[in-house]
Design a protein around this ligand. Structure first.
Ligand code: KG4
Ligand code: ZN
Length: 335
């Protein structure tokens, strides 16, 4: 059985996983850094220091759970960007050290490719497909011809969708991260209570903009004297609807543009139930089938990186020990 180790430390989650193309995920563990909640966002120095403490024991637990040693691995995949440099360096240095010590091939994975291929962990991806990547740092639509072939159809001009959720959560005084908090609050709210903008609706491009929405919510909250639980729920539900609607409008446009019959959602925001519901309905109306990864593989995780490592290494794509991190950069095709 071929086994691939994945390592992900690009932001504040430390994660290791072992993937087999025959059996799927054999062992998987993610440690979330709860310290950041009290600062209302990720503090890079705390993130990298915590990765340093957490990664080795986490790796040992995952290897033990899988009952394997380094010599049993067919490859090692590590996220080398985009992300926080200090955090990325902890994962990359660790991956290089064990690759050097064992002679197991190493491959660097673009974090966004990882999110896309989270859809290929449990079954092969049905391609060509349109993939909407919605995370804390990215909001992009891709035409994925096959794993390794990525054509960017559009992206955000300013904030990412997850960032909008997080910033609006902060304005409403909800716990960090804002995405899950807003989804929870919105369940008790009226999505029609407030009218928030859907920017770039008529731009004719598959592009997004969320900074105007954030400002509109801030101004509305300043105008409301009393922020009762019900008001927070109504603002949360209305803001969530605006984000989801904006994502749906451009996703439908992308599906129409390339006559896609398959549509996937990826990234942390793909965990949002309302987004899944609306996409299933609106993309379904276009005649395309919609799916997303299991929730644990939507937010940052190493399972997607281990799966991507298999795609790279089985296509003969490995990296040397000169592999470096990169803080930002577009996803490029390799197949
Ligand atoms: O993919 P991810 O774990 O990290 C990045 O690569 O950025 O995504 C994190 C983002 C955060 O902005 C978080 O608020 C958002 O995903 N998120 C959600 C939900 N769960 C996580 N947004 C909306 N609804 C959710 N249920
Ligand atoms: Zn991510």
């Amino acid at each position: 059985m071929q086994l691939y180790l994945g390592i992900e430390t690009s932001c504040d989650d430390t994660s290791c996983a072992i993937y087999s193309p025959e059996k799927g995920i054999i062992a998987y563990k993610t440690a979330s850094q709860l310290d950041h909640a009290k600062y209302g966002g990720v503090v890079p120095e705390i993130a990298s220091r915590t990765h340093m403490k957490t990664l080795l024991p986490l790796y040992e637990t995952v290897m033990e759970e899988a009952g394997v040693g380094l010599g049993d691995l067919a490859g090692i995949g590590v996220t080398n960007g985009p992300g926080l440099t200090g955090s990325l360096l902890v994962g990359l240095s660790f991956a290089k050290a064990i690759a050097y010590g064992s002679g197991v091939p190493l491959t660097g994975i673009h974090h966004i490719e990882g999110h896309i291929l989270a859809n290929a962990i449990d079954q092969p991806m049905d391609t060509p497909a349109v993939v909407l990547v919605v995370s804390g740092g990215h909001t992009q639509l891709f035409n994925v011809e096959r794993p390794g072939s990525y054509e960017l159809l559009g992206g955000t001009r300013d904030d990412a969708a997850g960032e909008a959720f997080d910033k609006i959560g902060k304005i409403l005084g909800l716990p960090y991260p804002g995405g899950p908090s807003i989804e929870r609050a919105a369940r008790e709210g009226d999505a029609k209570a407030y009218k928030f903008p859907r920017a770039m609706r008529d731009s004719g491009e598959c592009d997004f903009s969320f900074s105007g929405l954030k400002t509109a919510v801030r101004l509305k909250v300043e105008e409301l004297d009393d922020l009762s639980t019900q008001t927070v729920a109504d603002v949360a539900a209305s803001a969530q609807e605006a984000i989801v609607d904006a994502l749906a409008i451009k996703s439908v446009m992308a599906v129409e543009r390339i006559s896609a019959t398959r549509f996937y959602i990826a990234g942390g925001v793909a965990a949002n139930g309302r987004l899944r519901e609306v996409m299933t309905e609106r993309i379904g109306d276009e005649g395309a089938e919609v799916s997303w990864p299991p929730i644990k593989y939507c937010t940052d995780n190493a399972a997607m990186i281990a799966c991507a490592a298999w795609h790279h290494l089985s296509a003969g794509r490995s990296d040397g020990l000169d592999l470096n991190t990169f803080p930002r950069g577009e996803l490029r095709s390799w197949a």
